[in-house]
Write a protein that binds this ligand. Structure first.
Ligand code: SAH
Length: 213
């Protein structure tokens, strides 16, 4: 599953991220050990270690490795934390979170992606650390709330209120917000009390839209 030549290319990709960005070393180490090609169609395997987003089923995309490193660094995940991800897609981001020691709850609205990601988690023996749900993630996952961390990998026009409410006091959410088909802003939101949240603007980004049902 993880041939030698893939490992060499992956090491180069991670080294280039290390040289050109400020990412958490633990996150880079997880990405260096996790095969990304396994999350892509075989036609894309040869490109899996380029720093690019690629198409997956249902007209969605697997995030660019630099974006995964960025979002995951900003999420400041600690072992055993409960992390909610909105937008399972290929499952790559969820796998990175699980390998950081988190309990991952990931939500996807497209059935083919949900089914495929579940199979991929099983193949990689990550299925005991990741729970996968088929539903509209803009409503969060009330029955498993609250969460220490929430990450959205699809961009909303505004932060869905349910996600704010399902964040623990002291918790962190990283979410792209902004108009469809234009640059979005990556926001880092901290819940500082029952009724207060602070927002930090991390910079511009581009994600597929969060589709609310
Ligand atoms: N984290 C993914 C990136 C996938 S792209 C990866 O690592 O590959 C974003 C995903 O969000 C898409 O699969 C899209 O179908 C999903 N999505 C969009 N709106 C959603 C919603 N309301 N609820 C759940 N998933 C949603």
């Amino acid at each position: 599953m993880d041939e030698f030549h893939f490992r060499g290319k992956r090491r180069q990709l991670i080294e280039s991220l290390r040289q050109t960005g400020r990412f958490d070393e633990k996150v880079l180490q997880v990405m260096e050990n996790l095969p990304r090609h396994v999350f892509l169609e075989s036609g894309f395997h040869a490109y899996a270690y380029q720093d690019e987003a690629f198409p997956i089923d249902c007209e969605q995309t697997i995030s660019q490795p630099r974006t995964v490193a960025w979002q995951t660094t900003e999420l400041e995940v600690l072992p055993r934390q409960h992390v909610l991800e909105i937008g399972t897609g290929s499952g790559y981001q969820a796998a990175v979170l699980s390998l950081l020691g988190a309990r991952v709850f990931t939500v996807e609205r497209h059935k083919p992606l949900y089914q495929k990601a579940k199979l991929t988690f099983k193949r990689l023996k990550l299925d005991r650390r990741i729970r996968t749900y088929l539903r509209d993630g803009s409503k969060g996952l009330a029955e498993m709330a609250p969460f220490d961390r929430i990450i959205a990998t699809a961009g909303a026009a505004a932060v869905p209120p349910a996600l704010r409410e399902q964040l623990k006091v002291g918790g962190i959410m990283v979410i792209p917000v902004g108009p469809e088909d234009a640059d979005q802003t990556l926001l880092k939101i901290r819940r500082v009390s029952e009724s207060e949240w602070t927002e930090e603007d991390l910079g511009t980004c581009r994600f597929v839209p969060l589709v609310e049902e």
